[in-house]
Design a protein around this ligand. Structure first.
Ligand code: NAD
Length: 488
């Protein structure tokens, strides 16, 4: 039920199972809050075992009907999803801002980014590779094709409520797989609104019921354990924290499920002595402050050559201190709230511990008193080595600056992490840029560039940041099995 006058009264709050927006079979609901005010925005159906099993039953039927649909038809359907989602940009941006907190301009950006996955995989659906060869022995022919892996469970986080889901749903549908989406309990409304887009487009394309189900629940652990113990499910794709990812990989072993794990990050940002400082500061601002720092690719640790450290730090601090916290619907806001009070307290504890250990607060450093979960935009310098704030994901508008002497030392410090999702390096020389791209260790490297996410590129990490890739020509492979046919 919608409770806030800021939301459209007819926004869906029931489960989306297949082609209809149904209320849950259970009467249970949970509350969705506006993190900027603490106001309850809506109550949403809380799916239980019967619901997610119904979604899997429907997915099995849909699988039979969807896998043989021609790739051209699948592609046209995905293009229609891109158009319909794009047409509704303002509806989605508003809902996302209200439930997640990000400023409206950034929410609009996420709609464009999230929709782009439908367009990209519409283009990839018709290019699923295969090969044919005569056996070297001359004794026959080898044909290699791809088949859809089967029903997919997609578990998504709250920080990008739309894009983290579309980059799973789009390649799965392109490959011919049905998908059960479990959105984060903090931000289910964006996904339920996407159900309206599916309803509109699926109706036009005669898509089988159950191809996509959206099942918000507060019982995520039970849902994943139960569905993953059912051998009909064939894949789990997860974006979220590393501890939950590890648990899902363990659970996936019993039925040998395909898994894709997009997990946490702790991105370093290295500024060489010869970096273009204007470019590096713009890059650092984007890499840190996008989504209020609540991004897995967020630059948490800035390493800057000591020869340019003073100028870089003074200018960056001035820019970060100028961020304007507030409600995301206010167009003057440039920094939204932290998603929950628990996360806010976690960030405050990381900062307090660093300061107690001797770090200097260049700006910010505290929670903002009053309604909502706000933290001041914060820069810390001289953080002692080994502090949790350097080794853990911050997930907020807080950055540390550490100096180094020469690029080799800078890269060594940058690579001192168990994570390996993104890393950024800034240098104006060919040698510096080459050194950074060769030696920084992560799945994604930005050289003199901080905007690295691109639906046409493979997004994903190494080490404790997980495995598997989303987007690019690699993304669809995660939803395909290889099939080899021998003929004489
Ligand atoms: P989270 O791991 O707590 O939750 C992610 C999702 O998993 C949510 O839908 C949640 O309900 C569900 N979940 C929680 N416990 C579960 C369990 N035991 N079994 C099954 N599902 C469970 O993470 P979060 O706090 O929502 O998101 C922040 C994390 O996501 C950060 O670590 C961030 O780096 C990561 N993230 C990674 C990427 C990437 O692509 N690598 C992108 C965005 C966010």
């Amino acid at each position: 039920m919608i409770l806030s006058p800021l939301l459209p009264p007819d926004l869906p709050t029931g489960l989306w199972l297949g082609t209809s927006n149904r209320a849950a079979t259970t009467d249970s609901t949970f509350e969705v809050e506006d993190p900027a005010t603490g106001e309850v925005l809506a109550t949403v159906a809380d799916a239980d075992s019967a619901d997610w099993n119904a979604a899997l039953d429907a997915a099995m039927t849909a699988q039979q009907q969807w896998a043989p649909v021609t790739s051209r038809r699948r592609s046209e359907m995905l293009s229609a999803l891109f158009s319909e989602l794009t047409r509704r940009t303002e509806d989605f941006a508003r809902v996302m801002t209200l439930e997640m907190g990000k400023p409206l301009a950034e929410a609009r950006g996420e709609v464009a980014y999230g929709a782009e996955y439908f367009r990209w995989f519409a283009e990839e659906a018709v290019r699923i590779p295969g090969r044919y060869a005569t056996a070297p022995s001359g004794l026959g022919q080898l044909t290699v094709t791809r088949t859809p892996v089967g029903p997919v469970l997609a578990i998504t986080p709250w920080n990008f409520p739309l894009a983290m889901a579309t980059r799973k749903i789009a390649p799965a549908l392109a490959a011919g797989c049905p998908v059960i989406v479990k959105p984060a309990a903090e931000t289910p409304l964006t996904m339920l609104l996407l159900g309206e887009v599916f309803a509109e487009v699926f109706g036009r394309f005669n898509v089988p019921e159950g191809l996509v189900s959206i099942i918000p629940t507060t019982h995520a652990a039970e849902l994943s354990a139960e569905l993953m113990s059912d051998p009909r499910l064939r894949k789990v794709t997860f974006t979220g924290s590393t501890p939950v990812g590890r648990q899902l990989v363990r659970q996936s072993a019993e039925n040998l499920l395909h898994t894709s794990m997009e997990l946490g990050g702790n991105a370093p940002f290295v500024v060489a002595a010869d970096a273009d400082l204007d470019l590096a500061i713009e890059g650092a601002i984007f890499a840190k402050m996008r989504n209020g720092g609540e991004a897995c690719t967020a630059a948490n640790r800035i390493y800057v050559d000591q020869s340019v450290a003073n100028e870089f730090t003074t200018r960056l601090v001035e820019r970060i201190a100028g961020y304007q916290p507030g409600h995301g619907l206010d167009e003057t806001t440039t920094l939204g709230p932290i998603i929950t009070e628990r996360q806010l307290d976690r960030i405050a504890a990381l900062v307090d511990a660093a300061v107690e250990a001797g770090a200097t607060v260049a700006t910010g450093g505290h929670k903002i008193e009053g309604a909502g979960n706000f933290f001041q935009p914060t820069v810390l310098t001289e953080v002692p080595a080994g502090q949790d704030i350097l080794t853990q994901e911050i997930f907020g508008p807080v950055v540390t600056i550490t100096t180094f002497d020469g690029l080799e030392e800078g890269v060594t410090l940058a690579n001192d992490t168990e994570f390996g999702l993104a890393a950024y390096g800034f240098s104006s020389s060919t040698q510096g840029a080459a050194y950074l791209s060769t030696h920084l260790q992560a799945g994604m490297i930005g050289i003199n560039r901080a905007a690295i996410s691109d639906p046409a590129a493979p997004f994903g990490g190494i080490g404790q940041s997980g495995f598997g890739r989303e987007g690019g020509i690699e993304g669809i492979e995660e939803y395909l099995d290889v099939k080899y046919i021998a003929t004489s």
